[in-house]
Design a protein around this ligand. Structure first.
Ligand SMILES: [Zn+2]
Length: 85
């Protein structure tokens, strides 16, 4: 399991829906997420996110891990936006 971690992260799909904390079904959708890495604001484009009809946005743990890596890459290259896919 551990040795194949990289491949698992690439291949595990996000489920199509997710039950939000408010109890509504959140649909998987691609969103542009604006966030901060250290002192820099960085936009991550086309992030697979769950958004319910109340506007709550949730990212899977896998997605968060991937974003963290992308933010680091963007920061090191002086980019203020980066594509998730
Ligand atoms: Zn909600």
């Amino acid at each position: 399991m551990l040795t194949a971690k990289r491949d698992i992260m690439k291949n595990v799909p996000n489920p199509e829906t997710y039950t939000c904390v408010c109890g509504r079904q959140a649909q998987l959708t691609d969103k542009n997420i604006t966030t901060k890495f250290k002192d820099q604001t960085i936009v991550v484009n086309n992030v697979p996110s769950y958004e319910c009809s109340s506007g709550h946005v949730k990212l899977s743990r896998l997605t968060r891990v991937n974003i963290k890596k992308l933010l680091k890459t963007a920061y090191e290259n002086g980019l203020n936006s980066i594509n998730y896919k």
